[in-house]
Design a protein around this ligand. Sequence first.
Ligand SMILES: Nc1ncnc2c1ncn2[C@@H]1O[C@H](COP(=O)(O)OP(=O)(O)OP(=O)(O)O)[C@@H](O)[C@H]1O
Ligand code: NI
Length: 307
Amino acid sequence: MEEPVLKIEHLNISFLQYTNGMRQSQLDVIRDLDVEVNAGEMVAVVGSSGSGKSLLAHAVLGILPYNAARGGRMTYRGSELTQERIEKLRGSEIVMVPQSLSYLDPLVKIGKQIRKGRNDQKTVEKLKNIFRRYDLKEEVEDLYPFELSGGMNRRILISTALIEEPKLVIADEPTPGLDLKVAKRAMGHFRELADLGAGVLVITHDLELALETADRVVVFYAGCTVEEAASKDFIREETLRHPYTKALWRALPQHGFQFIEGVQPYVKEMPEGCPFSPRCGMCTQECRSDIPYRSLRGGRVRCLYAT
Ligand SMILES: Nc1ncnc2c1ncn2[C@@H]1O[C@H](COP(=O)(O)OP(=O)(O)OP(=O)(O)O)[C@@H](O)[C@H]1O
Ligand code: NI
């Protein structure tokens, strides 16, 4: 079988922080993440705010902040993704659609920014096509980011990735501020990139939107991967594995918006063992130990009691 485009095993990320002047403390923000993306596949990563989704994207792109330490293994097409290698591939083979609009250069005109300074016929044609797809007028090329609305700038960020012929696309919350129609179209374009053979990892809050286009869904909770499921597993609650994923399912509009009590634990107040245990109805003493991430019914789950 072909090697996965991206394979992440036991990723952990911590930050060194100085508190009370000189005292140093370590914040273990990501504790154990596993994600795999194959060529031709679109994988969605879902999780609530602060679960570590953007840090995952930044780790892959080699742009973690200086006070971050990373452990675990990341491989790209079969060999280790080192900082040196990512710097070579970033922007061409591996592209990111960042979460923040601040990644746009305020001093460079939109057209030049998307074409990355290239002026060859192919790039110019491609840009025209992309603009047509996103209802962006040709004049926009000559404008600066501050002259556009947030939604338009969001489409510019997506265009910057689409103009390449990437083998791996990491899109971090690509759709906020876009109306549903444009958001769906953007997800459709990521789907197309996957159908053309790229591996696509889309990070999103929007499980509903993800389920329409992605092949697989990976669920993060408090810095751990708790489940990996096929999108079709979300048709019924019984085919899902982890209690948190089931809770997400019940919170979907079509299942009556049933939200569970409580919030995701803060890094400094992480419970021993399973991070979901304080909110889980099935929790026992056993859940206070390290819970392995195991294969189950074609997916994976980090729960002792999932069957
Ligand atoms: N430079 C940093 N120093 C310390 N902690 C950080 C730093 N950057 C991020 N964090 C913490 O890491 C955690 C995960 O952040 P991350 O941005 O990856 O979350 P996220 O899942 O992308 O959230 P959102 O959905 O809001 O974008 C958060 O609790 C955040 O406070
Ligand atoms: Ni984020």
